[in-house]
Design a protein around this ligand. Sequence first.
Ligand code: S3P
Length: 437
Amino acid sequence: MARRNIAETVKPCHRLKGEITLPGDKSISHRAAIFNSLAWGKAEISNFAPGKDCLATISCLRALGVEIRRGGPQNCPTLLVSGTGKDGLKEPANVLNAENSGTTMRLLSGLLCSQPFLSIITGDVSLRRRPMGRLIEPLRRMGAEIFGRRRDSFAPLVIKGRELHGIEFSLPIPSAQIKSAILLAGLFAQGKTILHQPIPSRDHTERLLKQMGAKLKSDGNFISLSPLLNPLAPMSFRIPGDISAAAYFLVAGAIHPNARIVLKNCGINPTRTGIIDVLLAMGAKLRVENERMEVGEPLADIIVESSELKGVEIGGDIIPRLIDEIPVLAVAGCVARGKTVIRGAGELRVKESDRIATVSRELSRLGAKIGPLPDGMVIYGGKPLLGAEVDSHLDHRLAMSLAIAGLIAKEGTTINHAQVVQVSYPAFWQDLQNLAD
Ligand code: S3P
């Protein structure tokens, strides 16, 4: 994301009412594009995530020789992927660019380790600062030749594809990106790949691979995958709405004194719904209705209304289920009565920004009483928020969280580098404006 500054100002509003059409889930979209590229045949994926992260995945797959056509409206595109099968990928003519997207870099690296050619993958300044040793280490155990900058710690990554073998591996951290990279490598390895997770992380990879015919078993913390004998079956489906995008409006509806917001077709995969559990524990008036399953993923409609929130403690096994929602949960903590403590979330330090530092700093500028912990934050809620000038640190989730805080701040809140919402939710500013009176 370019460093030029496009600022947005959010003014306190009298009323927040209406319905939001959520962008397609980013995590599921990456996987739908990658797995269908490896399938044999055509797939149509509707409500594909419109943000730059998933566009980076599409560009990399095209550079690897996959034909992907994009149609439909800008904010909910449809992808037509012509899968090339297991041996169909080609050596890219140039360096692959994952831009700001950790999921693109890590998942594609896992795949590229088994392909019979050389690949180099890089990213923007933020992604080149994020840890890649945790990815390189297990892939090397599978026989991969993968190298990174600063003694195999950071991107750019250089991958010389070769034959791999399955491993039994205990993931040191609950990371869906690392898990998925190993499973993608395992699809084309010799022998089984067995993974043990410390705490289950989001399981979209397991669900979609099963739907597409992979021999994968999962049970709680355990996953076992056999290499592919037959190509994956293409899977046409509609991507559920992104609960990580819904999170901004769930918190907005709960903290605003005059709000009712409806979020239809929202993914409610239980590995992602920590935000709902915490908001309910804080006393939010939130209802989940019309629950159903579509292509192995649960979805529902969610309605949230003005609520009186109280502080809570957030930590332990719930953390991976809400890791991306912690910046906006911190905003809820600022408004809630009493103290909110977040612990066991040290992973926030290696996201698109050091979210423990940046969330604490920027919400303090708005007058919140919030302080960083080594692995979380402490927030003393109930202090009125004031308008101020704040910065997104080029982190999409921080930009959107600050906007939600701005809705209830006394004066206008100016968010610098607001264009970063393009990474996951290009229509965010428009959707917010449409709700506010
Ligand atoms: C993601 C996994 C999580 C999450 C990220 C998306 C995924 O990261 O924070 O935004 O799609 O697999 P980790 O795997 O690093 O926990």
